[in-house]
Design a binder for this molecule. Structure first.
Ligand code: ADP
Ligand code: MG
Length: 309
């Protein structure tokens, strides 16, 4: 099997409507509605850095697309199309079949079309560039949090970080933790519903405090958070009871939940939205004038967040 057979068999899904020209030409072509903006983002996953060496092809594909969908979610964009740059050490058809079918399943779920990519030989790495669309000037930004906004997070956080910690300690995490680590659910619908309600938003990929800090720095504000309000699973709660390691949920990465701020007169809308979507949306603090994060609670250790360099 050569490069072109591989592309044709596994990545030319022939499912595009007439608004798009996809795999097969030098560029993909996309038609877009007027008065709209494209939101575009790229993420690379490298074996041994972003996922352990023995991760299944299914989970690698899922995570590569999910982390990009999570970026679209954080801006409130509706997924539109993506490209895939795939570097493979060799052609392993069983692996490619699982990879391609997992990617296709997730892409169908969020109605995002694979329109092109690049295929090369080398150490396993997956780069996805995902693009979404939204009405002009509506995007949720990091830079528009206001003093007095209530800070929310979706769902629970810390599960993926606990899974990763256990893997590093040669323990097998529970299936619930592994699911959160390997196949995080991007909050695409929530992001779209936050348009016109939230003042600012970010997805929590590198740890709650580090990601919240991006909102704070870009909005020139600070935050006060109640440590005990941070939503945790039973497993993370038990872990913290045993270790007092609050850094795990505060700075552990890979949650792919949304952290967003909302003015106080819109808090009731968030409660309604949480009910409507069946997703817990939990208030953890408030935006303040003084720069930095003030933690209310017993915990005041400095946590080390993930950084590549
Ligand atoms: P070029 O010569 O322009 O670099 P390629 O030979 O790399 O084109 O790719 C041929 C076509 O297949 C292009 O339309 C490209 O977008 C698509 N393609 C290549 N690799 C992938 C991939 N991994 N997934 C999806 N489409 C791909
Ligand atoms: Mg190419």
């Amino acid at each position: 099997m050569n490069e072109f057979d591989l592309i044709e068999k596994y990545f030319n899904w022939k499912n595009l409507n007439s608004d798009m020209l996809g795999v097969g030409d030098d560029c993909a072509l996309i038609s877009i509605e007027s008065q709209h903006q494209l939101a575009t983002s790229v993420d690379t996953l490298i074996e041994g850095v972003h996922f352990p060496k023995d991760t299944s092809a299914h989970d690698v594909a899922y995570k590569a697309l999910a982390v990009n969908l999570s970026d679209l979610a954080a801006m409130g964009a509706t997924p539109l199309y993506f490209t895939l740059a795939l570097t493979l050490p060799n052609i392993d058809e069983a692996w490619l079949k699982d990879f391609s079918s997992s990617l296709k399943t997730l892409s169908k779920k969020y109605n995002i079309q694979l329109v092109g990519g690049d295929t090369t030989k080398g150490a396993l790495s997956i780069t996805i560039n995902a693009t979404g669309i939204l009405p002009k000037t509506q995007a949720l930004l990091r830079s528009s949090a206001k003093v007095g906004d209530i800070i929310f997070v979706s769902n629970i956080i810390g599960d993926a970080a606990l899974a990763w910690k256990q893997i590093q300690n040669n323990k097998t995490p529970s299936s619930a933790l592994l699911k959160k680590f390997n196949t995080p659910e991007p909050q695409v619908v929530l992001g779209q519903k936050l348009l016109g309600i939230a003042n600012s938003c970010i997805d929590i990929s590198d740890g709650l405090e580090q990601d919240l800090s991006h909102i704070l720095n870009q909005s020139s504000v600070g935050a006060r958070i109640n440590i005990s309000d941070i939503p945790l699973s039973d497993e993370v709660t038990t872990y913290i009871e045993n270790t007092h390691d609050w850094c795990l949920p505060l700075s552990g990465g890979d949650d792919y939940e949304l952290c967003f701020t909302v003015s106080q007169d819109r808090v009731a809308k968030i409660e309604d939205l949480g009910q409507q979507l069946g997703i817990p949306l939990i208030a953890i603090g408030i935006i303040t004038q003084e720069q930095g994060i003030e933690r209310l609670g017993l915990f005041d250790e400095k946590c080390q967040s993930y950084q590549h360099f």
